[in-house]
Design a binder for this molecule. Structure first.
Ligand code: 1Q0
Length: 207
């Protein structure tokens, strides 16, 4: 994994990670899930310091989950949820360092990503508009005003659509758009399985 973290960002590697995530039993594997996130974070870090308040939070959340994963040997999101729920929902809700609440934050961000990538694929050239729309339809409702404000300001510093397609590092614009089309369903799949899991266990509003 350490080797895969080196070198420039490539959307291919994120796509592969999210593709590897889902098993035939519709389990979400933690290792590729976190690996996909590490790839996304690397991308975000390459966009500059305006985004560091976002990448810092994402780094901390991925690190917390890696810690839980190593400590308990969880293979899947399902096993993490099962393990933490064994203590009871009330105890889980009282914890600010649970794996479940942390996954929930990344899960909401994954919805943002899905919408944003769909927007990029659609051809709308104004990435800040795409990003704001995706954000308002997903994460924003879970963020306080000050975070929403900071996020909206940061979005204005996003590179153009052309630049985005270029830093995906998958070849021509057409190839980049094609790869977006390939990546979106994998991300969507991980999102909906997690959404089902969290709905089933009443975990969608963990504080
Ligand atoms: C490309 C632009 C990136 C825009 C990312 C959108 C998300 C905005 C989120 C702003 C909030 C950040 C600050 C902290 C928030 C926390 O309070 C919040 C809640 O956690 P807690 O513990 O306080 O309850 N945290 C979150 O909601 C998690 C946010 C994680 C955001 C992770 C974003 C990772 C993005 C990667 C860039 C992907 C670009 C993909 C394009 C690929 C194609 C070339």
């Amino acid at each position: 994994m350490a080797a895969a973290a080196a070198g420039p960002f490539s959307l291919r590697e994120v796509l592969d990670a999210f593709r590897r995530c889902v098993t035939e039993q519709r389990e979400v594997l933690l290792e590729p899930y976190l690996s996909g996130w590490r790839g996304l974070i690397r991308f975000l870090q390459s966009l500059g310091a305006v985004f560091s308040f976002i990448s810092k939070d994402a780094v901390a959340k991925v690190a917390l989950l890696e810690g839980h994963q190593q400590q308990h040997g969880f293979v899947s999101l399902q096993s993490l949820v099962q393990h933490e729920l064994a203590a009871g929902l009330a105890a889980l809700r009282a914890r600010s360092d649970s794996g479940c609440r942390t996954v929930l934050r990344l899960h909401r961000a994954l919805r943002w990503l899905q919408l944003f990538l769909e927007g990029l694929r659609s051809g709308e050239p104004r990435t800040s508009v795409l990003c704001t729309d995706a954000y308002n339809a997903s994460l924003a409702q879970h963020h306080p005003w000050v975070v929403r404000k900071a996020a909206t300001v940061a979005f204005c510093a996003l590179p153009s659509r052309d630049a985005f397609l270029e830093i995906m590092n998958v070849g021509s614009q057409e190839e980049a758009v094609a790869m977006l089309g390939e990546a979106i369903p994998y991300i969507g799949n991980v999102y909906s399985i997690t959404q089902e899991l969290f709905t089933q266990h009443k975990l969608l509003d963990l504080p």
